[in-house]
Design a protein around this ligand. Structure first.
Ligand SMILES: [Mg+2]
Length: 167
């Protein structure tokens, strides 16, 4: 049987880069949209990835999931150095998994065809747009905060969902 397509968000799902970068933004007392945009454009992503680390053993879990799903990583990016750092990191940690960088100005659902494919993301807007284009949205939340979409707190929970009856 053909494996179902599964797209995984990176920041806030695989790597703890969201939490870590918010800490830095608070420390630096950045508040305006411009300051924050510039921060993300200029930050050294190789360093950010190292200091952030995986969320809850995510790399191992993705290796387990890849036996059941056809996985690619679908990640928004703000700069060339971010693209390079992410590609480098995943080439080393998950050499068999493809990484698709999506410029921040483009929606994930416009970069690839969501039809029948799962997207695991921590950002609701991505999931709403994904669903509107025929995709299956799954919210990742480390706090388990509920929302309109099926929510998981652990990537391995994907193995318990009956996707055939979801669409
Ligand atoms: Mg995210």
């Amino acid at each position: 049987m053909q494996k179902r397509k599964l797209y995984l968000d990176c920041d806030g799902v695989i790597l703890d880069t969201i939490k870590k970068s918010y800490e830095i933004i608070q420390d630096k007392k950045l508040t305006t949209d411009d300051e924050i945009r510039l921060f993300y454009e200029n930050i050294n992503w190789r360093e950010l990835i190292i200091i952030s680390g995986e969320i809850d053993n995510s790399i191992f879990k993705i290796k387990v999931l890849s036996e059941h799903f056809d996985i690619e990583i679908l990640t928004h990016v703000n700069s060339d150095n971010e693209i390079k750092a992410k590609l480098e990191y995943f080439k080393k940690e998950l050499p068999d998994i493809n990484v698709i960088p999506v410029p921040k100005s483009i929606d994930k659902c416009d970069k690839i065809n969501p039809n029948g494919a799962i997207l695991v993301d921590d950002f609701l807007t991505n999931l709403e747009k994904w669903k509107n284009k025929g995709g299956i949205p799954i919210k990742f939340s480390d706090t388990g905060k509920e929302c309109e979409f099926t929510t998981i707190t652990d990537l391995l929970q994907l193995l318990e969902i009956d996707f055939d009856n979801k669409i």
